[in-house]
Design a protein around this ligand. Structure first.
Ligand SMILES: [Zn+2]
Length: 177
């Protein structure tokens, strides 16, 4: 992967050059997202293509792909969320401009003439994570059909360290034994 991700870019300059910012960034480097993950290994693939429309509006045609390991809120075990987002963005500098961008686009705010690529990637991943993530019913540990079966042991149980209550109950079990 390319070693350095440009944190801020000038979207006007990039659009003038038909610029593309693409590469991979480790999930670990995305602070706002990493906190929600059970596993921070792995990368996010991204590709942002900058162009200018007939009205001089800067548009960004994006791709953001990642496998996120998050916690199922029903069984509290890990689940993998495959993110494959293709954001269509229009750069704005004032809130009022948001009403004037093409309908198919979402506004993205360029502060002081620059855009943070890390913010763009984080925003897409955060949008992709449901408020209450849950396995499909057939994949979930909490299933009426299998509720009498004990859950399988996990060797790397990061889920439990992330959840204070689960960690507490694990502690209690240890003491009882
Ligand atoms: Zn589940």
């Amino acid at each position: 992967m390319s070693a350095r991700l440009p944190h801020s870019v000038d979207p006007w300059r990039l659009a003038g050059q038909g610029g593309v910012i693409s590469g991979e960034v480790p999930l670990d480097a995305l602070q706002r997202v990493a906190d929600l993950l059970l596993q921070r290994s792995g990368n996010v693939e991204f590709d942002f293509r900058f162009s200018k429309d007939d009205n001089g509006r800067i548009l960004i045609d994006g791709l953001v792909r990642a496998d996120l390991v998050i916690q199922c809120q029903r069984c509290l075990e890990a689940m993998t969320l495959v993110v494959d987002a293709s954001p269509q963005l229009a750069v704005i500098e004032t809130a009022a401009e948001a009403d004037r961008i093409p309908e198919a686009c979402d506004p993205v705010f360029a502060e002081a003439g620059s855009l943070s690529i890390v913010d763009l990637i984080e925003d897409e991943l955060l949008l992709a994570i449901p408020q209450v993530p849950m396995h499909a019913e057939s994949d979930c540990e909490v299933d009426l059909a299998s509720i009498s079966d004990p859950p399988p042991e996990q060797s790397e149980n990061e889920a439990k360290t992330e959840n204070p209550f689960a960690a507490l109950s694990a502690l209690r079990t240890e003491r009882e034994n």
